[in-house]
Design a protein around this ligand. Structure first.
Ligand SMILES: Cc1cc2nc3c(=O)[nH]c(=O)nc-3n(C[C@H](O)[C@H](O)[C@H](O)COP(=O)(O)O)c2cc1C
Length: 149
């Protein structure tokens, strides 16, 4: 499992810079998406929406070949943030991904000190739950599947 490149390196989307003029950071991000068997997206919610850096990175992919049909699983570390989940689903469906599960996989980490959050993630039951969900996503990603989104 690999982390995406730092989204802060990606310049603001500009359709005039698609094609031959594509910035290197965008090409690197698109390549990382291309080689991934699936994407796990986890994000905070800002002002009831998608954080600008994430939306910007997704905007660069809209007219490209890497994202359509890509299996995507949403992970959410909060019990709140229902707006961003709806926005993300709408955006990702528009981009023709294969969305796994309409509901985001929730981990209740919000507001917890780092040590408490780590303890939750280290808990045997939580680990089993995470492993089972990621395994189900891996099966989904490996499957033939027409776009479900
Ligand atoms: C500018 C800003 C706007 C935010 N807007 C929302 C919001 O609309 N809804 C929400 O549930 N949380 C909102 N939050 C909280 C974040 O989603 C996130 O839970 C918080 O930054 C804690 O993240 P951390 O645990 O990574 O520090 C906002 C945070 C910031 C800094």
């Amino acid at each position: 499992m690999a982390m995406a490149p730092d989204l802060a390196t990606i310049p603001p989307f500009n359709p005039d810079l698609e094609g031959a003029a594509t910035p290197a950071a965008v090409s690197a991000f698109a390549s990382a998406v291309a080689v991934a068997d699936g994407l796990l997206i986890a994000t905070p919610e800002y002002a009831h929406g998608i954080p600008g850096a994430l939306k910007n990175a997704l905007d660069w992919l809209v007219s490209r070949s890497e994202i359509p049909g890509k299996p995507v699983m949403l992970v959410h570390g909060s019990t709140r943030g229902t707006y961003v989940r709806d926005h993300l689903r709408e955006v990702l469906q528009t981009m023709s991904v294969r969305l796994f599960d309409r509901e985001a996989f929730e981990l209740h980490l919000i507001g917890k000190p780092v040590e408490d959050a780590r303890a939750i993630l280290d808990d045997a039951d939580q680990r089993a739950r995470i492993r089972a969900h990621v395994a189900a996503f891996a099966d989904f990603a490996a499957g033939p599947g027409l776009p479900t989104a």
